[in-house]
Design a protein around this ligand. Structure first.
Ligand code: 5GP
Ligand code: MN
Length: 341
């Protein structure tokens, strides 16, 4: 962020504001961690702060400070609408296109108050007045940390803020193993632990919170539903609504499932397709240069990062699988040669 912009934000934050923090549809660890981390910081600066999510977050994130006060638009649309209309300042975290916040996008679009986008996804839309944006950042939580630092407020970091930011960095880096993890990431994480982040406890809260059904769904998905297109170093798993019901699907139960495919030696491209609320939600992951952000944008109305993206389709699950099968050979050259490196 340019010094002049930072100065303007400092001026804005020097007087009490009614702040709304928004994050993307199906919020993940980084979305909730950055929103609640920023919220806990801004509350310390004596602002009125509301966090609004378009829909619900998985239960394994509900321990974060402020989580109980989050306004979920699918349940409280009227409240969310009023909060946005009365806001004097809006933060948009971990997304960069208003499409990602569903119905709330139209409200943000017409709002005349300053909007600050903090995000690390490529190709941001131009709807914000201020942007703290870097595709090099491993997570939005990392950017919240550097934002607080740039405002000269590192001393305000406390356990609550640090726990939230640590969570988002941990989840978006796959526990510090994706190439987005840098020495800076580790330095920030060290500062967060110094500020009180309970690293081991957080890992356990997020990753050791499965139900028996969830593990069985994982086993079923890997044993019965994983399809490997060996020639293309590609694999996918699809789950119908019925199959998910069979294992008492709870929000978050299929989180991370797609990554198992990429743990197979030589695998470069993985997809997960799940039938939910009458549509097919897709998750894409890749290793190396195969760009799933482009794949998701070009074929499934979505987006994300080079190595992790998502999209959706309104077609039937069988049709989506057919479409996927038809698309992959078109990337054959890329997917086959990648493996020879
Ligand atoms: P996931 O597969 O975990 O849902 O998402 C992986 C990444 O892609 C995340 O960074 C997420 O924000 C992004 N993403 C997921 N679904 C969509 C989508 O429908 N549209 C866009 N633009 N990004 C998505
Ligand atoms: Mn993120």
């Amino acid at each position: 962020m340019k010094p002049a912009e930072l100065k303007k934000i400092k001026t804005l934050l020097n007087k009490p504001q009614k702040i709304v923090i928004l994050t993307h549809w199906s919020p993940d660890g980084d979305a909730m961690g950055s929103s609640l981390g920023l919220s806990n910081y801004l509350l310390k600066k004596k602002h009125q702060v509301s966090v609004i999510t378009p829909n619900d977050a998985p239960a394994f994130l509900s321990w974060m400070k402020g989580s109980a006060k989050v306004c979920e638009a699918t349940k409280e649309l009227e409240k969310a609408t009023k909060l946005i209309q009365k806001a004097t300042l809006i933060f948009c975290l971990d997304f960069n296109s208003l499409k990602r916040i569903d119905k709330l996008g139209a409200l943000v679009e017409v709002s005349g108050v300053p909007k600050i986008m903090i995000d690390h996804h490529p190709q941001p839309d131009a709807f914000a007045d201020f942007m703290h944006h870097s595709v090099k950042a491993c997570s939005t939580c990392e950017l919240i940390y550097t934002f607080i630092e740039a405002l000269g407020d590192k001393k305000l970091l406390d356990k609550n803020i640090a726990d939230c930011l640590y969570t988002g960095i941990m989840t978006d880096t796959g526990s510090f193993r994706f190439p987005s993890t840098t020495a800076d990431t580790h330095r920030i994480v060290a500062a967060l632990i110094d500020a009180g982040a309970a690293n081991a406890e957080i890992h356990s809260r997020v990753y050791d919170d499965s139900t028996e059904d969830r593990l069985k769904l994982l086993g079923y998905s890997l044993c019965e539903k994983m399809v490997i297109l060996k020639e293309y170093n590609t694999g996918y798993i699809s789950l119908s609504e019925q199959e998910q019901k069979q294992f008492n699907y709870q929000k978050g139960d299929t989180e991370g499932l797609v990554n198992y495919i990429l743990s197979i030696r030589g695998m470069k491209f993985a997809a997960f397709m799940s039938e939910r609320d009458g549509m097919i939600k897709m998750s894409f992951r890749s290793k190396g240069k195969f760009d799933v952000n482009l794949f998701a944008r070009n074929h499934f109305g979505g987006g994300g990062h080079v190595n992790a993206a998502g999209g959706f389709s309104n077609e039937k699950l069988e049709k989506v699988i057919e479409k996927f099968h038809a698309l992959v050979p078109g990337y054959g050259k890329e997917l086959k040669t990648l493996n020879k490196k």
